[in-house]
Design a protein around this ligand. Structure first.
Ligand code: PMP
Length: 745
């Protein structure tokens, strides 16, 4: 009668699963399980075709490697397996495979650091390398044994692959998958990083060879996720159906403003972009070769900076001695060197050498009325004359602003002013956790929600977890999770997993898509996220730092007709004046912050700030919003965005370029290098494309600037009410000059 059948069958089942998932090649690696309650283990035979394996082929050995049953010769790694079972009573399954990503890391002598919370929970604080441990030797056994003391579940074996441990079958297979993912991601960062060129060619080829093979698998995973979007799109409602009347009646357009803005239009978006077409265009862009400005013309553009911007160069060079990196604004353009700005007025900026630029940075988004808008400035000067910028005590403008925000966005039942978007995101998350008693927060990969410890996670590039979390302890991001953009299935999965771990306090989204719509969402995405949040009892936080009032006075929530529980505001809440943050929403949730009158001293979620809610910022926000309402500024800025986008698309077609231009009202995207669209679903493309595409984006930004155009990172353009048809046409003429100088145009 066959003995230990179930243990032997389990080994076969694990091998089949690993084969199917591509973690075990037909003749590589070995797998074992502990025989329950006995000092025995069942292990795969040596030099064997696992695809043909049957339970009878599996060997059962004791810890001294004496054969108990089975006719075939056991794996030559059996000694290592025995050592693990003896030393680690928590381990019941062992997987050893020849995983190329980890092998490449071993050759580079790069143990994997703690990159993200799931890794730490399952694999350990890092994946260490077991040095020189040849197959089947006592070296291997003793070196592995020495490492096992750290209690981790994954190790890289210097000469041959990886060792993964698990308490049961599921956890062992899961740990194997996790290790593959972590090893791949870490390898990619190294390959894409500054030192990529120093990695020896053979090592890069090992990784790239495997990546090439895996790209199909990863692409099909992405297609799965994309199908979800397709389904979602069938339920699209038109913006007109969904837009709720959130704002008070809007005044007729100023006659000096751009033409064609209907007086009754409330929102900046006249037509929601065809998201599927945008993604198709972006996919063509990132899968094709770079189309750069001709080198000779680029040289002329760079000469502009040397000859026309000497004072900017001198100032920012000197600044490097006193300010780290010379500039303090993340959105500042630094190639070939930063430009110092001295004057701002309407649609224009002037640099320290008196060169004039058309400004499509708009300070990163807050300015919808145009730079240094005189009616707003006058109010601020008046206020400063009366009470100065700050007293530390209540001022009527706090109330006026909170009431106005509530009128414009009825979901904001209560409101609290803070210092920045970053702070406001921190506050919103704190309130969500305090109110729900749950811990996890889910964000969308690539989204920017400021630089707080918990939000520097999956920043800019989806799928990159803690890659930018230098200086941030593991614990700070331990309860943050990231989901690929537009992947509702993945969001549901994370919500389900979190439920088992204590629950999700909040899902936070940029409502037009990560990084201000760089990866746009289908129109009904927010409504579907709302439904999922309700199903799982998580709060929905809208980060309207960019969309709040730029998309319309009712914000993205008014436009999409979706009511978040909490809304985060930033720059626009003070009309671009200093201090630029706020959080508002459901009164019951917002009461978590209550201090002062009726405050729950000692129980509330702590927020504050000496300069928060100062009279200057509150008055600036109040008057800016009133002006925007009176002038219909968001809609007029949106018209300018439409005109600019139409013109850019004409230029792209005229010069036969693969570039993609689309807009969400006054937020215009002009993707030329596509660097922002790279992600870890396409690792090879990411590793190879990151550096050259980033550099091309810098070049495009410099080319625009040399032609009198200031953009956000060379790929985004914010328009304002000051962008009359004349201004936009002038801008298009300048963009035309740059695009006509692209190779092959
Ligand atoms: N969220 C979003 C969507 C943002 O765009 C930004 C800033 N660009 C922030 C949060 C952070 O705001 P702040 O820079 O005021 O901290």
């Amino acid at each position: 009668m066959a003995q230990y059948t179930s243990s032997r069958e389990l080994v076969v089942a694990i091998c089949r699963t690993l084969l199917e998932r591509g973690y075990l090649k037909v003749t590589e690696g070995n797998v074992s399980v502990r025989v329950p309650g006995r000092d025995l283990f069942a292990i795969t035979p040596t030099s064997y075709d696992y695809a043909k394996m049957q339970a009878d082929d599996i060997c059962v050995l004791d810890h001294d490697l004496h054969r108990v049953t089975g006719t075939m010769k056991a794996s030559i790694e059996a000694g290592m397996h025995a050592a693990v079972y003896q030393q680690r009573p928590d381990t019941n399954v062992i997987i050893h495979t020849h995983q190329p990503y980890a092998s490449a890391l071993a050759l580079m002598n790069k143990p994997i650091p703690a990159l993200f919370d799931e890794q730490v929970r399952n694999l350990g604080r890092g994946v260490e390398i077991v040095h020189y441990a040849p197959s089947g030797t006592s070296f291997l056994k003793s070196r592995v044994k020495a490492k096992l003391r750290n209690g981790d579940n994954a190790y890289i074996l210097a000469n041959h692959g990886v060792l993964v441990l698990g308490g049961d079958t599921e956890s062992a297979v899961h740990n194997m998958a996790l290790l593959e993912k972590v090893a791949l991601d870490y390898l990619l960062t190294l390959l894409a990083g500054e030192k990529a060129a120093t990695i020896p060619l053979p090592i890069r080829e090992i990784a790239f060879g495997k990546l090439r093979a895996d790209e199909k698998k990863l692409a099909s995973q992405e297609a799965e996720a994309a199908r979800e979007v397709e389904v979602a799109r069938t339920a699209v409602v038109t913006p007109a159906d969904a837009a709720q009347p959130a704002a008070a009646p809007v005044a007729a357009a100023d006659s000096a403003a751009p033409s064609g803005a209907p007086a009754d239009q409330r929102y900046a978006i006249s037509e929601y972009p065809d998201v599927a077409a945008v993604y198709a265009g972006l996919e063509r862009l990132v899968s094709g070769p770079l189309r750069k400005v001709k080198p000779a013309v680029m040289k002329e553009y760079l000469d502009y900076f040397e000859t026309k911007c000497p004072r900017s160069k001198a100032l920012t060079t000197e600044a490097r001695e006193y300010i780290p990196g010379g500039v303090q604004h993340n959105l500042a353009f630094n190639y070939p060197f930063p430009i110092a700005i001295e004057k701002a007025d309407g649609a224009y900026l002037w640099d320290a050498d008196s060169n004039r630029y058309l400004d499509f940075l708009q300070a990163g988004g807050p300015i919808v009325l145009g730079n240094n808008y005189p009616p707003l400035r006058d109010k601020i000067v008046e206020l400063l004359g009366e009470c100065g910028p700050v007293t530390g005590l209540f001022h009527e403008y706090e109330l006026k602003l909170a009431e106005l925000v509530n009128r414009l966005m009825p979901s904001i039942e209560m409101f609290r002013m803070l210092g920045s978007g970053t702070e406001s995101v921190m506050a919103a998350i704190r309130a969500a956790r305090a109110f729900t008693g749950k811990k996890y927060v889910i964000k969308i990969g690539g989204a920017y929600h400021g630089w707080s410890d918990q939000m520097v996670y999956g920043l800019h590039v989806p799928g990159t977890w803690r890659f930018e979390a230098k200086g941030i302890p593991m614990g700070a991001t331990g309860r943050t999770r990231e989901v690929y953009p537009n992947d509702l299935k993945a969001l549901r999965r994370k919500l389900t997993e979190d439920r088992l771990l204590g629950g999700t306090a909040a899902v936070i989204v940029e409502p037009i898509g990560p990084e201000s719509g760089t990866r746009p969402v289908p129109f009904d995405w927010n409504a579907q996220v709302r439904e999922l949040c309700d199903e799982f009892g998580a709060l929905l936080i809208f980060d309207e730092v960019v969309t709040g009032f730029r998309l319309g006075l009712g914000g993205a929530q008014g436009y999409f007709g979706v009511k978040p529980d909490l809304t985060v505001f930033g720059k626009c809440i003070s009309g671009g004046y200093p201090m630029a943050g706020g959080v508002g929403g459901r009164a019951d949730v917002m009461m978590s912050f209550a201090s002062g009158i009726g405050g729950k001293s000692g129980e509330h979620a702590y927020v504050g700030g000496t300069l928060s809610a100062n009279p200057l910022s509150c008055a600036a926000g109040y008057f800016a919003l009133l002006e925007m309402e009176a002038t219909n500024a968001p809609v007029l800025a949106g018209r300018a965005g439409d005109r600019l986008t139409r013109g850019l698309n004409d230029l792209i077609a005229r010069y036969g370029l693969p570039y993609v231009a689309y807009n969400q009202g006054s937020i215009v995207h002009l993707e030329t290098s596509g660097v922002m669209l790279l992600d870890l679903h396409h690792p090879l493309r990411f590793a190879r494309g990151m550096k050259p595409r980033k550099h091309m984006m810098e070049e495009m930004g410099a080319a625009y600037m040399a032609n009198g155009l200031i953009t956000l990172a060379g790929s985004r353009l914010y328009t304002s009410m000051a962008d009359t048809d004349e201004v936009v046409d002038d801008a298009l003429e300048r963009f035309g000059r740059v695009l006509s100088s692209v190779e092959g145009a």
